[in-house]
Design a protein around this ligand. Structure first.
Ligand SMILES: Nc1nc2c(ncn2[C@@H]2O[C@H](COP(=O)(O)OP(=O)(O)OP(=O)(O)O)[C@@H](O)[C@H]2O)c(=O)[nH]1
Length: 337
């Protein structure tokens, strides 16, 4: 089957041939207000946006990372959390997706309990069990130990992730890597979170989650994470001179402080990207799960890749006029890598 990672540029000059990148689609879903837009902005622009508005339909942002010497384009689909802004777009979200991030707000338990409806939406849209999924708790900068009862418990979130075969990360789109670094020295906050991440790696190493195929090894095992480390580090190169992103988690040499970005793109996106890259490159041949989970039985055969996806357009059969077709997706280009 032809790779679903398509070439992003289409034209025939030598220079355009050289600059072609294969595209990897990462879907971000979660309740309205959990910070999907801010997370994608942090990843692609290297900063917390000064102003955000509710997403209508979908916004696209891109970041290029180098994997095994090849530049891969991560195309982040920042979807609308509000039902009225999603409607007819939903099938386009899930078409040919390579990884899904489920986002919730650690200070808003309702967004955590709401995850079940997002999982159900995935099921209804036949998301294959072999598509990497990650659970991301955002806004960790707002965690207040004195109000733990009003926040999403990390252990609970970790169990949830495990039971749904997801990687789990907690992060903050707002907190700068510099500040996180300071906090880790002063308050021990970041080390706690780092330990948590390592716990996941350890736990998975000792008792591997019985996921299908080999990508869980990439996601969970410490050794594999170390392998992914340099790639993640590459993804974390400062996108502006004011953001010194140089720290890594997961026991990767270099220390750990930048949870804001590391947990998201280092742990999540990059691992998923590596997996997807290898899958379409033939190293990890896409195949159905040998041992399907109970819920997997209800899901249609995973369709790892068919064709790439940069331009969603509502199906002809869908008369619904709003939201407008995203004929020309708004893409915020990543600042150079
Ligand atoms: N303190 C803090 N605030 C955040 C963080 N991430 C997002 N926010 C705030 O949360 C609000 C919602 O953020 P968005 O990124 O628009 O949320 P969204 O999930 O994209 O929302 P929809 O587009 O409606 O689906 C904004 O006021 C952000 O400033 C974070 O990590 N920390």
């Amino acid at each position: 089957m032809e790779s679903s990672l398509e070439f992003s540029s289409s034209l025939g000059s030598v220079s355009s041939l050289l600059s072609r990148h294969r595209t990897f689609k990462v879907l971000m879903i979660g309740d309205s207000g959990v910070g999907k837009t801010c997370l994608t902005h942090r990843l692609c622009a290297g900063e917390f946006p000064s102003r955000v508005e509710a997403t209508i339909g979908v916004d696209f942002r891109e970041r290029t990372v180098e994997i095994d010497g090849e530049n891969i384009k991560l195309q982040l689909w920042d979807t609308a959390g509000q039902e009225r802004f999603r409607k007819s777009m939903v099938p386009h979200y899930y078409r040919n997706v390579h990884a899904v991030l489920f986002i919730y707000d650690v200070t808003c338990p309702a967004t955590f309990t709401g995850l079940s409806s997002w999982i159900e939406e995935c099921r209804q849209n036949s998301l294959g069990q072999d598509i990497p999924r990650f659970l991301v708790g955002n806004k960790s900068d707002l965690r207040d130990p004195s109000r733990a009862d009003l926040q999403v418990n990390q252990q609970m979130a970790m169990s949830f992730a495990k039971s749904h075969r997801m990687g789990f990360f907690e992060t903050s789109a707002k907190m700068s890597p510099k500040k996180l670094s300071k906090m880790s020295q002063q308050e021990g906050e970041a080390p706690f979170q780092r330990d948590l991440v390592e716990d996941i790696a350890n736990c998975a190493e000792n008792s591997p989650i019985s996921c299908s195929r080999s990508y869980p090894r990439i996601m969970f095992c410490r050794r594999a994470l170390q392998r992914v480390g340099p790639l993640a580090r590459c993804a974390l190169q400062p996108t502006t001179t004011t953001i010194p992103v140089r720290h890594m988690a997961f026991g990767i040499p270099g220390g750990s402080t930048n949870l804001a970005l590391v947990v998201l793109c280092g742990g999540g996106l990059t691992a998923a990207a590596v997996y997807a890259y290898r899958a379409v490159s033939g190293e990890e041949s896409p195949a159905k799960a040998p041992e399907a989970a109970p819920e997997a039985a209800l899901v249609a055969e995973p369709a790892p890749v068919v064709e790439a996806v940069p331009e969603p357009a509502p199906a002809a059969a869908e008369p619904e006029p709003t939201p407008e077709p995203v004929a020309e997706p708004k893409v915020e280009k990543a600042i150079g890598m």
